[in-house]
Design a binder for this molecule. Structure first.
Ligand SMILES: Cc1ncc(COP(=O)(O)O)c(C=O)c1O
Length: 456
């Protein structure tokens, strides 16, 4: 988008000249100038050099209400004092012992206490590593080769998970992914229990079913609890393991994650983000008999070959310190409750703006997430229809018009609010009334600008 084409873009450029200069440098280093696809923005992203609580500041000194939330890792917002103190204390004691340490035990015990399925815990460095390990464990445990996944659900970026998320819904591999890998992943339409039942009945090679239990991409395509319950019954009947990917929902929906809210305990769960309090970290947790495949002694006793698992940063002391401080606060319950309540009020307030401005979009979401659906076909649906899982996933997985999505993000940034790339975001325990008021004001002003530019 070149200067002069759009007042929204021009205003953004005027506010962010230092970010523009940094982006020029970044383009010489990184593909597209970014280090994560979700951070890509035309004409360039903001560069941030400070954050506190629910806010962050860019290199030109502009302040933003933050709905990127450390990609969902920061339930307690930025620099929560107890978390900072724990990390500082540990920093002085060492960042990597290359050895066992007591903090990892304390961290694992907290996970066991909070997450119903966590009979046994193995830390990894990220959510992607966690889902990779979970699949391997499931295949080895069941002696079956295939995985069933739901179209649109995101489980990280490794080969088994790279297609059928935002494209390739027919199950064909995205470039670089082996056809043999894709052939061992069966994609099912989300929310359709008959389809899942039919696949599991016809294919007895399926070792496990993995699902984001609150629906694809942070509840962008919500699923009903009844579907998840039926899936749990089905997997048990068919001898496939059920894996909840709670990288997002874990410690967010409730201290025990979606599984605690639903009262459904999966065989295995993958965790990351809030788990490590804003530092890198992930985990696979689950049934002892499955996790025992990682146990030197028990695997041998069971006459099974142990599954090897390494990882330089597994349970590193800094992540453990941040994780413990965070989970201790989360355990009390108020943090999740506040983030959920704030999100509900935010969704309601933004929908009121849409009504006032006569814009046929819908803001929806569950727990502490919100999504802005730009409703390109003018569907007569409500947030409640979407939240109860009644609308086909492809409606939400079809990206909005690029110029509209970009200008919405730039317009919000121009009014001091950062929403995440999928047009929404996670809320936190520290978003407050002022954040809410600023977000509402920014949304309403941005809608007016979009209308003036003929985007809506
Ligand atoms: C549900 C889910 N699973 C897995 C991942 C991958 O986690 P990570 O980015 O830590 O590799 C993500 C990341 O957003 C996620 O949302």
């Amino acid at each position: 988008m070149s200067p002069g084409q759009s007042p929204i873009v021009d205003a953004y450029r005027r506010r962010t000249p230092t970010s523009a200069r940094l982006y020029e440098r970044a383009r010489g280093v990184f593909p597209s100038g970014v280090t994560h696809d979700g951070r890509y923005l035309e004409p360039y992203p903001i560069y941030v050099n400070r954050a506190a609580g629910s806010r962050k500041w860019d290199v030109d000194g502009n302040e933003y209400v933050d709905y990127a939330g450390g990609h969902g890792a920061l339930l307690l917002g930025h620099n929560y004092p107890r978390v900072v103190q724990a990390v500082e204390q540990q920093l002085a004691l060492g960042t990597h012992y290359g050895a066992c340490h007591e903090l990892e035990i304390q961290w694992g015990e907290l996970v066991q206490k909070l997450v119903p399925s966590a009979a046994s815990v193995r830390f990894t460095s990220s959510g992607t590593e966690a889902t990779l390990l979970a699949l391997r464990l499931a295949r080895a445990f069941r002696g079956r080769s295939k995985i069933l996944r739901f179209a649109g659900h995101f489980h990280g970026w490794h080969d088994h998970m790279a297609f059928g998320v935002g494209s390739h819904f027919d199950g064909t591999p995205t470039p670089g992914v082996l056809a043999e890998v894709a052939a061992n992943v069966v994609l099912a339409p989300p929310g359709d229990i008959e389809a899942a039942a039919e696949i599991l009945a016809r294919d007895d090679h399926i070792a496990a079913v993995i699902i984001e239990p609150t629906g694809a991409s942070w509840g962008q395509v919500p699923v009903r609890k009844e579907f998840v319950q039926a899936l749990a019954d089905l997997t048990r009947k068919r001898g496939a393991l059920l894996i909840f990917d709670e990288v997002i929902s874990g410690f967010r929906c409730a201290p025990g994650g979606a599984q605690a809210v639903y009262g459904i305990t999966p065989d295995m769960t993958t965790l990351a983000k809030i788990l490590a309090g804003g530092l890198p970290g992930g985990a696979v947790v689950g049934r002892r008999d499955v996790m025992d495949l990682l146990d030197h002694r028990r695997a041998a006793e069971a006459g099974r070959e142990k599954i090897s698992h390494h990882g330089t940063y597994n349970a590193n002391p800094l992540s453990a310190a941040a994780g413990i401080a965070t989970l201790e606060i989360v355990a009390a319950g108020d943090a999740c409750r506040h983030a959920n309540d704030y999100a509900a009020r935010l969704r309601e307030a933004l929908n009121r703006v849409l009504v006032d401005e006569k814009v046929p979009w819908i803001v929806y979401g569950t727990f502490s997430g919100f999504h802005i659906f730009t409703n390109p076909d003018g569907r007569k649906i409500t947030a409640a229809d979407i939240e109860s899982g009644q609308v086909d996933y492809r409606v939400f997985k079809t990206p909005p018009r690029p110029s509209l999505a970009t200008k919405l993000r730039l317009g919000m940034l121009g009014h001091g609010v950062e929403i995440f790339s999928w047009l929404g975001g996670p809320t936190s325990a520290v978003h407050d009334e002022d954040d809410l008021a600023r977000t509402v004001e920014a949304f309403s002003r941005t809608l007016r600008l979009l209308r003036e530019e003929g985007e809506i």
